[in-house]
Design a protein around this ligand. Structure first.
Ligand code: PLP
Length: 424
């Protein structure tokens, strides 16, 4: 038994499934997860001393790589002055000013402690602001695990929500409508029936949670127009794409201005932080300025805020996003060539520093097409890569992330490993 296997056995006795977030348990790919004891730059090392090139990046936050010195220093300094006050602290203002400066659609921002809270709170606000109840989300998009957002992909075009988990009452998701991603006509149909009750359309502007799926040309503009006409708010869930696609997120890249934006992951520099923000008149409805209640004991704590500030400052240096995009494009090109050599049929979607290698014929533009991927083949490839020291997200329908710490040598080693793993 390895140390990781021992730890996993112990974990399963005291933690459901042995993990504190389901995907970590390797259910989708089989086997037993390595327990990570150390991370630095582009690498992590497990409890048995094995080292991996890491493309998980903690599922998105670690765009600077593991243990980035400025972030570590900021956390260390902050901790020495106390980790939480439950009273206002300067670091909250510092991080809010950085977010508002980077994303012009955000005039005011409220910090929470996770992406789940951000999306849940943004939708409560959209409902409170509009006086309407229904929301529209897209199949394959994930907005955290709040009850009303855990809706399985509906059948047909405009399906009333079906709970995606036991414990979510049908009544809770009765106001959650779903439509396929990248299909404006489906949105029009939903709006033609429910438009007057629609509080918000929430979307991942680049999907990361059905694997990386890019918005079709004109899709986000179309959503913007439809929302505007229906009098509904457009909410971009940029928990992954915020500060990943650039300082201005997907909204800057695709030049579409949402009413509200959800942030998380990168803005915490690897500590638990989420945020929602947007137009000042809408954010003005949040308590205590307005009546829509939302609160958090550890929200805006100085430790997490300091980490976030250090991370966002590091990302302002020139040329960073160009470097990340170039490295990711080189990796995607290398993986595609390796797959072709081995006769493996793959589609690689990538934008900026996020990518997914789907085992299917492309293009992958929505959840239905993503689901056509050969998950057994992915599982085999995943373990082939893991054995060769490359840690990819342990499920087909996830985005992988390149960080600033990744090097050309990492990319070369990854492509070499893939050449062998594809052939297995
Ligand atoms: C990760 C994620 C969330 C949830 O964030 P947590 O911090 O895990 O609660 C919400 N939306 C998107 C798009 C995400 O990728």
């Amino acid at each position: 038994m390895t140390r990781s296997e021992e730890l996993f056995a112990r974990a399963q006795r005291v933690i459901p499934g042995g993990v504190n977030s389901p995907v970590r348990a390797f259910k989708a790919v089989g086997g037993s997860p390595p327990f990570i004891v150390w991370g630095e730059g582009s690498h992590v090392r497990d409890a048995d001393g094995r080292s991996y090139i890491d493309y998980l990046g903690s599922w998105g936050p670690l765009i600077l790589g593991h243990a980035y010195p400025d972030v570590v220093q900021a956390v260390r300094d902050a901790a020495l002055s106390g980790t939480s006050y439950g009273a206002p602290c300067p670091a909250e203002v510092e991080l809010a000013e950085r977010v508002v400066r980077s994303m012009p659609s955000i005039e005011k921002v409220r910090f929470v402690s996770s992406g789940t809270e951000a999306a849940m709170s943004a939708l409560r606000l959209a409902r409170g602001f509009s006086g309407r109840n229904k929301i529209l989300k897209f199949e394959g998009c994930y907005h955290g695990h709040a009850d009303g957002l855990l809706v399985a992909a509906g059948s047909g075009v405009a399906t009333l929500g079906i709970p995606g988990s036991p414990g979510v009452p049908a009544g809770t998701v009765a106001d959650t409508l779903t439509a396929p991603y990248n299909d404006l006509r489906a949105v029009e149909e939903v709006v033609s029936v429910h438009g007057r009750d629609l509080a918000a359309i929430i979307v991942e502007p680049v999907a990361g949670n059905m694997g990386c799926v890019l918005p079709a040309s004109g899709y986000l503009e179309g959503l913007h127009d439809i929302a505007r006409r229906a009098g509904a708010l457009l909410v971009f869930d940029e928990v992954i794409t915020g500060f990943r696609l650039g300082l201005g997120g997907a909204q800057a890249q695709y030049r579409v201005t949402p009413d509200l934006t959800c942030l998380g992951k990168i803005i915490g520099g690897g500590l638990p932080v989420g945020a929602y923000g947007g137009r000042a008149d809408i954010m003005g409805r949040v308590a205590p300025e307005g009546p829509v209640y939302q609160a958090g004991t550890l929200s805006g704590n100085p430790l997490a805020m300091a980490a976030g500030c250090a991370a966002l400052d590091a990302l302002r240096r020139p040329g960073i996003y160009e470097r990340l995009s170039a490295l990711t494009a080189r990796l995607a090109g290398g993986l595609a060539a390796a797959a072709k050599e081995a006769g493996a049929e793959v589609t690689i979607n990538h934008v900026a520093s996020m990518f997914t290698l789907f085992f299917c014929r492309g293009p992958v533009t929505d959840y239905r097409r993503a689901k056509a991927a050969d998950t057994a083949r992915f599982a085999r490839f995943f373990h082939g890569m893991l054995r060769r020291g490359v840690y990819l997200p342990p499920a087909q329908f996830e985005a992988a992330f390149v960080s600033l710490a990744h090097t050309d040598l990492d990319v070369d080693a990854t492509v070499r490993a893939a050449r062998e793993a594809f052939a297995e």
